[in-house]
Unconditional design. Structure first.
Length: 96
């Protein structure tokens, strides 16, 4: 699945119209939230891991971030604290 850098902006523009400052603010809020959930995953134990992964998936879905949504769904099934999974999630979030 290819990364589409405009997907979030298109989703936000559809929701709030042509308001570049608001779109930028909402994009920043999305990135901050995604990073917080990822930090939770990094320190998670047991079922906390899957719960955080599903929160990240829902957040990504809300913003039209399809690739991140897919990675988060895969992460929910990965072993707790899996370093490869965490690296992939970090890379995906950093691309925004």
């Amino acid at each position: 699945m290819a990364y589409d850098p405009g997907a979030i902006d298109a989703t936000l523009a559809a929701a709030v119209g042509d308001e570049p400052l608001l779109i930028a603010e909402l994009r920043g809020a999305f990135i901050d939230s995604a990073r917080r959930v990822l930090a939770t995953m990094e320190s998670a134990t047991g079922e906390q891991w899957a719960g955080a992964a599903f929160r990240l998936k829902g957040l990504a879905a809300s913003f039209g971030a399809v690739r991140l949504m897919t990675l988060a769904a895969e992460a929910a099934l990965a072993p707790v604290g899996d370093p490869t999974t965490l690296r992939r999630l970090h890379r995906a979030i950093d691309r925004f």
